[in-house]
Design a protein around this ligand. Structure first.
Ligand code: TYM
Length: 415
């Protein structure tokens, strides 16, 4: 994107302290996702509030045409629903110009949960579809600053979580995973970009975007520059040969957007392209869509380490039902898929469109009972998580080390 573009502030509707709820009662920021509605966050309102764009059917058609590959079900079902400058990434791709993918994880817990898998499953699809390099930032520094964790523990968790990420099947020749603690300590190029970003973003801007206040540590206040830096290709000279103009696409859930509003505002001031984004909705907590699945509340989550028996118990015991109070009432009035957690989870993980449609029809009509729908979910998730556990067990420390070593990737940046 134009280096000489006049710096325009990104639409940044959050004002001081306003990452609290808007008029719809929704709170969405990198730390909190809550809604007062049983249907969860009002994503149309959120798009307006954040100033991003809805992914329109025309854009999806174009994506299918440009790549010549079928759309992922997470796109077809509008779970990835919002974007910034995605059409420019498609332009680059069509013109044979390279771009790269960037995503990340804040390693705050030993085990990742099903919700965390969403952006990584989708990123793997993007990597396979576009055949592009990928950088994955493990923000162990962020978790040290925000959580009650020692540096050593946060750093260890970065390596533990990397195993779950690798188990999603990323191409080792095209993927660099890094712990901030390790990489920032070894790369003056990354650190120089952090400094450039830090110089052009003021305290008042980060306070407005993130709601920081006087008692937040200066570590937190300067952290957003660290999450911004991987958006710029010259933070990785070993991959991009020092080039500053390689376009970046960031897949993430929409809670991370505030970081990238800030990044996109800073980019033109530094002569760098603005990163493009593709945002997903949240995988809801077992108890209902008022909150997202969160590792800090174990009963809200199905973890990637859960056994078949754990999965069964959690779904049977906690998954919020949109069914009738009694069998009779359910048969008469039917269930509400919009609020039913088993149906919502199947929307994320059942790939077969026809089967999902049939389940929706049968549950809505009352033909299918909550217990039966829960059983379909259990039968879908048990093999999926079992397979993930097996793949994770195959990830040795050597493989992790290779993914996490700064190195040249299989990528021609000379174009
Ligand atoms: P973290 O560890 O909170 O989340 C990792 C990724 O998972 C997404 N996510 C979810 N997606 C769907 N449903 C959920 N319930 C859910 N919970 C979390 C997050 O949006 C994220 O994409 N600061 C970041 C780490 C990071 C990052 C990035 C993320 C660094 N650079 C670039 C995305 C892109 C964090 O703590 O993510």
């Amino acid at each position: 994107m134009a280096e000489n573009e006049t710096p325009k502030p990104e639409q940044s509707p959050s004002v001081e302290g306003e990452d609290v709820e808007n008029e719809s009662g929704d709170v969405v920021d990198p730390w909190t996702v809550t809604s007062k509605s049983a249907k969860g966050v009002d994503y149309d309102k959120l798009i307006t509030r954040f100033g991003s764009q809805k992914i329109e059917p025309e854009l999806l058609q174009r994506m299918e045409k440009v790549t010549g590959k079928p759309l992922h079900h997470l796109l077809k079902r509008e779970i990835f629903f919002s974007q910034r400058d995605l059409s420019q990434i498609l332009d680059s791709y069509e013109q044979g110009k390279p771009f790269f993918l960037y995503t990340g994880r804040g390693p705050s817990s030993e085990a990742m949960h099903l919700g965390h898998l969403i952006p990584f499953i989708f990123t793997k699809y993007l990597q396979d579809t576009f055949d592009v390099p990928l950088v994955i930032q493990m923000t162990d520094d962020e978790k040290f600053l925000w959580r009650d964790l020692s540096i050593e523990e946060a750093h260890r968790l970065a390596y533990e979580n990397a195993k779950d990420i690798i188990a999603c099947g990323f191409d080792i020749k095209k993927t660099f995973i890094f712990s901030d603690i390790d990489y920032i300590g070894s790369s003056s190029d990354f650190y120089m970009n952090m400094l450039r970003i830090q110089r052009c973003v003021t305290f008042s801007q980060v306070r407005a975007i993130f709601g920081f206040n006087d008692s937040d540590s200066i570590g937190k206040i300067s952290f957003p520059a660290i999450q911004a830096a991987p958006s710029f290709s010259n933070s990785f000279p070993q991959i991009f040969g020092g080039k500053t103009d390689i376009a970046c696409l960031i897949p993430c859930a929409i809670d991370q957007d505030p970081y990238f509003r800030m990044t996109r505002d800073a980019a033109p001031k530094l002569g760098y392209p603005k990163p493009a984004l593709i945002h997903s909705q949240f995988f809801p907590a077992l108890q209902g869509a008022q909150t997202k699945m969160s590792a800090s509340d174990p009963t809200s989550s199905i973890f990637l380490t859960d056994s078949d028996a754990d999965i069964k118990t959690k779904i049977e015991k906690y998954a919020y039902s949109g069914g009738g109070a009694t069998v009779e009432e359910h048969r008469e009035k039917g269930g509400d898929c919009e609020i039913d957690i088993s149906y919502q989870y199947l929307k994320f993980f059942m790939e077969d469109d026809e089967k999902l449609q049939q389940l929706k029809q049968d549950y809505t009509s009352g033909k299918l009972l909550t217990g039966e729908l829960k059983k379909v979910l259990i039968d879908t998730l048990q093999p999926l998580i079992r397979k993930h556990r097996e793949k994770r067990a195959e990830v040795t420390n050597e493989i992790v080390k290779e993914f996490m070593t700064p190195r040249k990737l299989d990528f021609d940046y000379s174009k």
